[in-house]
Design a binder for this molecule. Structure first.
Ligand SMILES: [Mn+2]
Length: 353
């Protein structure tokens, strides 16, 4: 197993590559959809919440092989491997998620992206087949020592307010759209996922790319009036069984799985690592379950992280672990210090193992 690090698009520079390498990372997961491109001082747990409750406006450019190869070459100078891209831009697939008029066109766009990613030698593509995306989490100083972190303290106006028609996932895709998104049934959502996987998995196989599904965060039953797809651990199996293939895999978010109201996080790690279904893991910790939980430092939550690593090792997990999020530490570099703390802990656990 390998130690990786996630970087947003605005962080794809020498400074952040050096930081990741200095933290011990060998592999990089790149978030090409950058909520923060207009304000690089935000870190991931500083998600700006506008009056639509979103993370900003999506940008619909298709990532070219040349662009990806350039990023790959720049990180290679720091002995870093471009392991995965995380998330489609909502503009790439809003009509796939909502069964809109441009669905067929967007399926072709997604196929082209997967081909480009494969051609650039990037083996994994993480995605989150979610209608409302990440929504409703609040920031509180609940991690150890009063560190700022995110969580839920019961459902709130954000989780309960209907998703505007202007939005897909948690971003604005069409500023002019008025009204709200019609509620979708859980059955419809799963049918849309099945149709998506049946189109895209064969292309991913041919391109040498593993699609890796993130669960719904936060894993409530409904968010913004829309059902969640994978909000219990057993639903990951349903996703895998729709189209069995090594290219139909998981972006296993340990924290989100632990937040789910049913199931056992260690059994889930065992079940999915035994099948070699985990392409990479968001290795983070949390206290509580929906609708009352908060993210914690890696060593203070409900999850025994060493136990998770032992299960992964027994099942010969060969993928990448990244910290995903971390609480922010009280100092002039809150994001960096939180991440460096998580990375040092992960590196040490891996060495002891
Ligand atoms: Mn995650």
């Amino acid at each position: 197993m390998k130690l990786g690090f996630g970087l947003y698009r605005h962080m794809l520079d020498d400074e952040h590559f050096a930081f990741a390498r200095q933290c011990g990372a060998t592999h990089i997961v790149v978030h090409m959809v950058d909520y923060f491109h207009q304000n690089a001082r935000f870190s991931r747990s500083d998600q700006p919440v506008g009056d639509t409750g979103g993370w900003g406006t999506a940008q619909a450019d298709v990532w070219t092989t040349e662009e990806l190869l350039d990023i790959r070459a720049r990180m290679a100078k720091y002995d870093l491997t471009f392991f995965a891209i995380e998330n489609f831009d909502p503009c790439h697939w809003d009509d796939i998620l909502f069964d809109g008029p441009r669905k067929a066109e967007q399926i072709e766009t997604v196929k082209q992206i997967i081909r480009n990613v494969g051609a650039a030698g990037i083996p994994v593509f993480g995605y989150n087949f979610s209608l409302a995306g990440v929504a409703g989490r609040i920031q509180e100083n609940k991690a150890r020592g009063g560190a700022k972190t995110v969580g839920l303290n019961g459902v709130n106006e954000q989780t309960e307010s209907p998703l505007p028609a202007s939005m897909a996932w948690n971003m604005v895709v069409d500023e002019d759209a008025e009204g709200i998104r019609a509620p979708v049934t859980k059955e419809q959502l799963w049918q849309r996922l099945e149709a998506f996987l049946k189109e895209i998995v064969p292309v991913a196989e041919e391109a040498g790319v593993r699609l890796a599904a993130h669960p719904d965060d936060p894993p409530l039953e409904f968010v913004r009036g829309q059902p969640r797809l994978v909000n219990q651990p057993h639903l990951y199996q349903d996703l895998l069984d729709l189209v069995p293939s090594s290219s139909n895999a998981l972006e296993f978010c340990l924290g989100t799985i632990a937040e789910m109201s049913e199931g056992d996080v260690y059994e889930a790690v065992e079940q999915y690592s035994r099948q070699d279904a985990i392409a990479y893991m968001h290795f983070r910790n949390v206290k509580g379950k929906v609708p009352h939980y908060h993210e914690t430092f890696i060593d203070e939550g409900d999850i025994d992280m060493a136990k998770v690593l032992r299960i992964l090792k027994e099942n010969n997990f060969d993928g990448v672990l990244i910290p995903d999020h971390s609480p922010q530490m009280t100092c002039p570099a809150p994001w960096h210090s939180g991440m460096a703390y998580a990375m040092g802990y992960m590196k040490a656990l891996m060495q002891v193992l």
